[in-house]
Design a protein around this ligand. Structure first.
Ligand SMILES: *Cc1c(COP(=O)(O)O)cnc(C)c1O
Length: 393
């Protein structure tokens, strides 16, 4: 026996359960088509909702910025790493989202790790949706606050938990994903807001999959529901629809000012790089100029979902371009994904613990980068594999 034998045993066990992550290598830019392990395949996997990851204006902006300003920020932001580009990006993001102020982080993940522990600690309580993203869960754990999970998207359950527990704590925070990434359903934010208001609790939404997708021209879930000025903290990412990398927190100035003082990933990890910040600025420009990409994303998503339903697939409860194809057991989902890949379609199988046991699926991510022909080819592959594996008739 060696000290690492248990790890090998765990890995072998994942493999035998069909739960092992087979990570593919991409040799092309992100877009509708990818070269994956040497093979050209239709891309149904990435969060590049608007096709901005390889958009000429975005690429050019990052090239130009690095030629003028270099690449790295050189230090954490509070020491010598805040560049004029970061400040400009934050101003533009705040304008775009219609909030007082915004602050950027290295990623959406670190934005959550920064924000939650800065707002609550061991004297406090967090009411958290049961299906919240891992980075929210980790942020909650780091804060040391009592975490009370309420039933998914269930405002009645949220209010019951508040009534039973709020009195035992100093302060509270309600936190929810805006769009839930595995099912594509949307949090009932107007109702959650009413509860937050009634009990005077801080309200935070993580809009990673809503940024650039929901609301007018992709302004996010708060805009989608017309809740401007009512949600205290909007977390977002620039790694999905924006096509780059980086996290955002948007809201009142007092919140962003506090995060610059007490957000640990802000204080102890270097900022977004120069090319990333410039690329994000170009992405904001594109979104402000036109709603064309966001409109195309939604047209594509509606078309694909409707056709999948006609073919007899169960696409779950999605209200967004995230299209889960529900298959049940993980080995079936993995086999489906392998067969799709053979048929030229790259779509990942998701199993436990990413989704609950028995709810394995293929998750199709629709993008504005897809042409109608691409979607039709994808549908044809789903039909062929679905029939072969007895999923549809
Ligand atoms: C993807 C995602 C994140 C992480 O974003 P990154 O910028 O990739 O770190 C955080 N929260 C939610 C809800 C997400 O879906």
């Amino acid at each position: 026996m060696t000290k690492t034998d248990w790890i090998q045993q765990e890995i072998d066990s994942l493999k035998s359960q069909g739960l092992y992550n087979n990570i593919r290598t991409i040799a092309s830019p992100q877009g509708a088509w990818l070269t994956v392990d040497g093979k050209k395949v239709l891309n149904f996997c990435s969060n590049n909702y608007l096709g901005l990851a390889n958009h000429p204006a975005v690429v050019e902006a990052s090239r130009k910025a690095s030629a003028e300003m270099g690449v790295g920020p050189g230090a954490v932001r509070s020491i010598a790493g805040t560049m004029s580009l970061h400040i400009e990006l934050e101003k533009r993001l705040a304008q775009f989202k219609g909030v007082e102020s915004a602050v950027t982080f290295q990623s959406g993940f670190t934005a959550n790790l920064a924000t939650i522990p800065a707002l609550v600690n061991k004297e406090d309580v967090i009411f958290s949706d049961k299906l919240n993203h891992a980075s929210i869960i980790d942020g909650c754990r780091l804060s040391g606050a009592k975490i009370i999970a309420y039933e998914h998207n269930d405002v009645k359950s949220l209010e019951e938990q508040i009534q039973a527990n709020l009195k035992n704590f100093r302060r509270a925070l309600i936190v929810t994903d805006g769009v839930f990434s595995m099912d594509g359903d949307i949090a009932p934010l107007p109702d959650i807001y009413e509860v937050a208001k009634k009990y005077e609790i801080l309200l935070m939404v993580d809009d990673a999959h809503g940024e650039g997708v929901l609301g007018k021209g992709g302004r996010g879930i708060v805009d989608h529901f017309g809740l401007h000025g009512k949600v205290d903290i909007e977390v977002g990412t620039m790694s999905k629809a924006f096509g780059v990398m980086g996290g955002i927190v948007a809201g009142k100035s007092v919140i962003t000012e506090w995060l610059r003082q007490r957000g640990r990933p802000f204080l102890f990890s270097s900022a977004m790089t120069v090319p990333d910040a410039a690329a994000c600025l170009a992405a904001v420009d594109l979104l402000e100029d036109s709603t064309q990409l966001v409109d195309r994303l939604w047209d594509n998503a509606k078309y694909f979902k409707a056709e999948m339903k006609t073919l007899g697939f169960n696409t779950g409860v999605s209200e967004t371009p995230i299209t889960p194809v529900m298959l049940g057991e993980a080995p079936l989902a993995q086999q489906f994904s392998r067969e799709l890949y053979e048929a030229g379609v790259f779509a990942m199988a998701l199993g436990y613990p990413t989704v609950p046991q028995g709810k394995a699926r293929i998750r199709v991510m629709i993008s504005a980068a897809h042409a109608k022909d691409d979607l039709d080819q994808g549908l044809e592959a789903f039909k062929k594999v679905g029939k072969k594996l007895g999923v549809v008739g």
